[in-house]
Design a binder for this molecule. Structure first.
Ligand code: HEM
Length: 182
């Protein structure tokens, strides 16, 4: 978290927010997003056109591919650095990483999704410091996923974050917000 926030705050050209141009400089931030898309694939089974035989439906388990130890070193671990100096991308050309699918059924919203995720997340990390509530360790955070056509967080009950708003001079104020699950 600190590493990615340091990078974001280093490259912020305007005082209070990142512009789309700043985001081009965020190399580590982009690796973090790629690793998140790998480890938490939102659409685990992709459809393919029924080219194989009429009446046959083919699904590709991209969730399993993204965790295949033959392809990924320590696949269950969140290691953004694995994408450093790697050409592997999520735009359907590299079959080991298909969070947006590929071929004719590739997600047509990929550019909109990535522009939104990058812009919103970078600015949230720029303006807020995020930490777990007192006494909670990262290991205790329940990241188990529910299964469906799309993946979702199975339990929100363990999510309890403290947010610290950082002012324009990047001085940290005491915690002023506390989000509790409903
Ligand atoms: C992180 C965000 C997103 C992810 C991970 C994602 C992922 C995917 C995947 C994997 C597919 C293929 C599903 C399949 O094989 O059946 C797909 C299809 C599709 N996506 Fe996305 N998507 C995202 C955001 C968006 C957005 C923002 C839009 C529209 C503005 C969009 C519109 C569509 C449409 C229309 C299809 C169906 C394409 C077809 O059936 O040929 N998606 N998406």
């Amino acid at each position: 978290m600190k590493k990615v926030q340091d990078e974001i705050r280093h490259w912020t050209s305007e005082k209070d927010r990142l512009t789309e141009k700043d985001i081009d400089n965020l190399k580590y931030f982009k690796m973090v997003i790629k690793e998140t898309l790998r480890l938490h694939t939102a659409v685990p089974l992709n459809r393919q056109n029924p080219d194989v035989r009429e009446g046959v439906r083919v699904f590709i388990n991209v969730w399993a591919i993204a965790r295949d130890p033959k392809v990924w070193d320590q696949p269950e671990k969140f290691i953004p650095e694995r994408f450093k100096d790697s050409l592997v991308d999520y735009r359907g050309q590299h079959f080991e990483l298909l969070p947006f699918g590929g071929c004719r059924r590739i997600c047509p919203g990929i550019n909109m999704a990535m522009a939104t995720i990058e812009f919103v997340l970078a600015n949230m990390l720029h303006r807020f410091d995020w930490k777990l509530s007192d006494g909670m360790t990262p290991e205790e955070l329940d990241l188990e996923e529910g299964r469906g056509f799309t993946v979702f967080r199975k339990s929100l009950s363990s999510l309890c974050l403290s947010i610290i708003i950082v002012d324009l001079e990047l001085q940290v104020h005491p915690c002023i917000n506390h989000i509790e699950p409903e």
